[in-house]
Write a protein that binds this ligand. Structure first.
Ligand code: C6P
Length: 421
């Protein structure tokens, strides 16, 4: 867990230093020039780069073990099935889930949330009921609930955030009521970097018997997540933000909830028997994994968990926090810079504006310097509306970033100001 901002430190505490030089050697993509400059990749909240271990695990699978799973009696199918189910156990351990069957492989956070909305949501939410989200949600944690509420005649309630980008817990508490059927909120905001106090929010919701879904897309790369310690009912994340491949992600759900939920999609592997008169469904988690899954993706994700575990998520978080502290101090000292998202508890993300320069121009000029950041509304338009801005420039950090790269960003911002002077 990161330290509060008033304890921000620009170097990780003793014993927490990562060997970043060695780590960088394990990421082939980082060693290239962009527009004649060394690549400085600071768009990790959009997707992180992949270590050699992950790339090799996927290649090895296709070179040696590729087969369909849960279906064949031949050796390759057995090996592929074993590797896929081992990845499920790795995900279980990564999240601290009680059982492997509480882990459902999905395409990513977006699919995980849609799955819950279309199964749990459709059976539990009715006319006049309410679903609570927050102002700082990614569109993936707004639109599926809007669709559900529209279909059912239910109401979407929105917990507000402060000028620093913190959730207003008093207002959140007031929204919880007898009609609330679910709270769905992000663990870490992708646009602001705010870390939400999930344990406390879960306690408040559970006091009223309201289940909680947590969007963990921006949390798992930076924080130790233990779903049983958090107490949440669902937890969703994408593999590609935590050094795994694209196209694979995880939905964690408490086993009693998953068992009671209807399937999401129909097809192969999610059934135990089919006749034209009646189909009976497979047990959890297979009930939710219709069709041939992304076997290679799951195996790659398993390799990503091993990679992160090998380094230690606490060390990773401490390193990134030191980078964020250094970047926050250096960037906010530049005249004309306004930071968007200044909560005391933050992870991984620095969103900013420079004078009245459009963020897309900032991004384009930085790209010419070899620096990759994201600009725009970050699929979080309500956050932009809250701050009365159309977009931000966002630098986001990962375990392989260096203090020199932060300094390159600071020089790049100075260049942007020169261009627009
Ligand atoms: N945010 C970003 O640049 P998918 O696309 O399903 O892997 O993840 C969606 C998602 C859900 N929740 C949060 C908090 C997220 O940050 C994201 C993805 C990326 O901020 C791409 S828009």
């Amino acid at each position: 867990m990161t330290a509060p901002a008033n304890q921000l430190r620009a170097t990780p505490p003793a014993g927490h230093a990562l060997n970043v030089e060695k780590i960088r050697a394990e990421f082939p993509i980082l060693h290239q020039q962009v527009h004649g400059k060394p690549l400085v990749y600071l768009d990790n909240a959009a997707t992180s780069q992949k270590p050699r271990d992950v790339i090799d695990a996927i290649s090895r699978y296709y070179e040696r073990d590729n087969a369909n799973i849960h279906r064949g009696v031949h050796a390759l199918s057995e090996r592929a099935t074993e590797a896929y189910e081992a990845a499920r156990c790795a995900a279980q351990n990564f999240l601290g889930a009680a059982l492997p069957s509480e882990i459902i492989f999905v395409r990513g956070t977006t699919e995980a949330i849609n799955l819950v909305a279309q199964t749990f949501g459709r059976t539990r939410v009715g006319a006049g009921d309410e679903v609570i989200v927050t102002t700082m949600e990614h569109h993936s944690n707004i639109v599926p609930w809007q669709m559900l509420c529209g279909e059912k005649g239910a109401k979407l309630r929105v917990a507000p955030i402060s000028d620093r980008g913190e959730l207003d817990l008093e207002e959140f508490q007031k929204l919880l009521g007898p009609k609330t059927r679910l709270v769905a909120l992000t663990h870490v905001s992708n646009a602001l970097g705010t870390i939400n106090p999930i344990r406390e929010i879960v306690r408040m919701a559970h006091d009223r018997n309201v289940p909680v879904l947590v969007d963990g897309a921006q949390a798992v790369p930076h924080l130790k997540v233990d779903v049983r310690d958090l107490g949440c009912d669902f937890y969703a994340f994408s593999g590609h933000k935590v050094y795994g491949p694209t196209g694979i992600g995880v939905l964690y759900g408490k086993s009693d909830l998953l068992a009671a939920m209807p399937p999401y999609q129909g097809g192969g592997d999610m059934i135990s028997s089919v006749t034209f008169e009646k189909t009976t469904y497979n047990k959890v988690p297979f009930k939710f994994e219709a069709g041939t899954p992304d076997v290679a993706g799951a195996i790659g994700l398993g390799a990503a968990f091993a990679y992160v575990n090998g380094l230690g998520i606490e060390k990773i978080g401490a390193h990134e926090h030191a980078l964020l502290a250094h970047a926050t101090e250096a960037v906010s000292a530049i005249p004309g810079v306004r930071l968007i998202g200044t909560a005391p508890q933050k992870a991984g993300v620095l969103s900013f504006l420079i004078d009245d320069i459009h963020p897309h121009d900032i991004g384009t000029i930085l790209d010419q310097e070899g620096i990759a950041i994201r600009t725009g509304h970050h699929c979080s338009e309500p956050v932009m509306h809250r701050f009365g801005i159309p977009a931000t420039a966002r630098a986001s950090f990962a375990l392989y970033n260096t203090f020199q790269e932060v300094d390159a960003l600071v020089r790049g911002i100075a260049k942007v100001r020169e261009v627009f002077a």
